[in-house]
Design a protein around this ligand. Structure first.
Ligand SMILES: [Zn+2]
Length: 145
């Protein structure tokens, strides 16, 4: 009844909560996701910041040149501040966004960090209008204070 579906959340330490991975970190990650694509596996990666997600999308696009990833249902998790540009790149790749509910319990903290921009997080309507496949999840509950 159960089968192995794919890889996700954190595949390598160098590409986890790191907005400036070096060439070695990106190379190791690329090696693994390239292998996953060739195996027909799904990949879902935890990424927090829109300002650096282009680094992940660059690698997804590189894999996509060799093995189309849209049929494999790859996605990016979190990314509460996804920009329109990012969502367009995700749509072009045919990858999804697994939006989490962190803003429900952690919105006040995010508002303190991001200010007015927090009001449009996560940009759910923009993602749907862009045509990105959106999934919703709870991830891990944010810390309550
Ligand atoms: Zn995560």
């Amino acid at each position: 009844m159960l089968r192995f579906k794919g890889l996700g959340e954190r595949i390598t330490g160098g590409m986890y909560n790191n907005n400036a991975p070096d060439a070695a970190a990106k190379g190791k990650f690329l090696e693994i996701v390239r292998w996953a694509a060739k195996q027909g596996l799904t990949v879902t990666i935890h990424w927090q910041e829109d300002k650096s997600v282009h680094l992940l999308l660059d690698l997804y696009e590189e894999v996509n040149k060799e093995t189309p990833i849209a049929p494999l249902r790859w996605s990016i998790a979190h990314l509460d501040n996804a920009s329109s540009e990012t969502l367009l790149r995700m749509k072009a790749l045919g990858i999804g966004w697994t939006m989490q509910d962190a803003m429900y319990l952690g919105g006040d903290r995010m508002a303190a960090q991001a200010g007015e921009a927090a009001r449009s997080m996560p940009p759910l309507v923009t993602a749907l209008r862009t045509g990105v496949h959106v999934g919703a999840g709870t991830d891990v509950a944010p810390e309550l204070r």
